[in-house]
Design a protein around this ligand. Structure first.
Ligand code: NAG
Ligand code: NAG
Length: 266
């Protein structure tokens, strides 16, 4: 492929030597990218030894697009924003790129002892002020701002509900969505047509219920949040299933068929 492109470039240069220098670059435009913004459940290295984030397995199901896994352990919608990570992402995206945003595991908790991650509770533009006088926004505000900035620079955004903690921990598999699932839907409404929603949490929960407690408990080697590499691969597959079932525009980059991935559409 590289040789072919190099050969084509040389041929073009020979034919149209008077063409402006940047034509060559446009003719070999970069492959689009899909950037991942999330926490340890998505990040390279997961939550430590024996675990892995699902973002590391996404590339196996895609074609014609490069995965850039920018998920980082310990981050929330708030801390990812405060560290300017969404701003940096918005600066580098271009038309045809995608950003998958999945937060929730570090967004809860009380602001009375501020850990720098917890959001203000609310589905709109509520704010909270910490004891130190810091104004904290809601999950919805942080992700709406991020999605709008990324979309303004030409990319599409997929807002994904968080993966559940081990739904089979008790020996029986049960799931009820956290408030972040509803918040994600509001973010998508706020951000407009280039934003879409994948109910990743529900897809994973359904698949875990099908696999059963013995299998699923084996996916959680250190705690009830972080998956083994095998578990991460299952979690990634359910994201891909969600994309295909929604017939999201990102589905054009998926190489697998809907039927080939275990589980049912919601
Ligand atoms: C899609 O197919 C590839 C092989 O081409 C495989 O590695 C990957 O795991 C499949 N993805 C899913 C979600 O089944
Ligand atoms: C998916 O969307 C494309 C257009 O983006 C459309 O052509 C196709 O028929 C849709 N497929 C299904 C199964 O809805």
């Amino acid at each position: 492929m590289k040789q072919l492109i190099a050969g084509l470039g040389a041929a073009l240069a020979a034919v149209a030597s008077a063409a402006p220098a940047d034509n060559y670059e446009r003719a070999t435009a970069a492959t689009p990218k899909v950037y991942l913004a999330g926490d340890s459940t998505m990040a390279r290295g997961g939550g430590g030894a024996q675990t892995q984030g699902w973002g590391e397995y996404l590339a196996y199901s895609l074609q014609g697009i490069t995965v850039v896994n920018d998920a980082i352990a310990g981050r929330s919608a708030r801390s990812y924003s405060d560290e300017s990570r969404f701003t940096s992402m918005a600066d580098v995206v271009t038309t045809g790129d995608y950003v998958i945003v999945e937060f929730g595991h570090n967004d809860g908790g009380s602001l009375s002892v501020d850990n720098g991650r917890s959001d203000c509770v609310g589905s709109g533009s509520e704010t909270c002020t910490t004891a130190a006088g810091l104004v904290v926004q809601t999950y919805v505000t942080y992700l709406t701002n991020a999605a709008k900035a990324i979309i303004a620079n030409g990319a599409n955004v997929i807002i994904s509900s968080p993966t559940p903690d081990n739904t089979c921990e008790s020996g029986t598999c049960t799931y009820s969505p956290s408030r972040y699932t509803g918040y994600c839907k509001i973010v998508v409404q706020n951000a407009g047509a280039k934003a879409s929603f994948v109910d990743h949490g529900q897809y994973v929960a359904n698949e875990f219920a099908k696999l059963g407690a013995d299998v699923v408990n084996g996916y959680y080697p250190i705690d009830h949040t972080h998956t083994s590499p095998t578990g991460a691969n299952v979690v990634a597959a359910q994201f891909v299933k969600g994309v295909l079932c929604a017939n999201d525009s990102f589905a054009t980059h998926v190489k697998n068929t809907t039927a080939s991935i275990d589980g049912k559409c919601l």
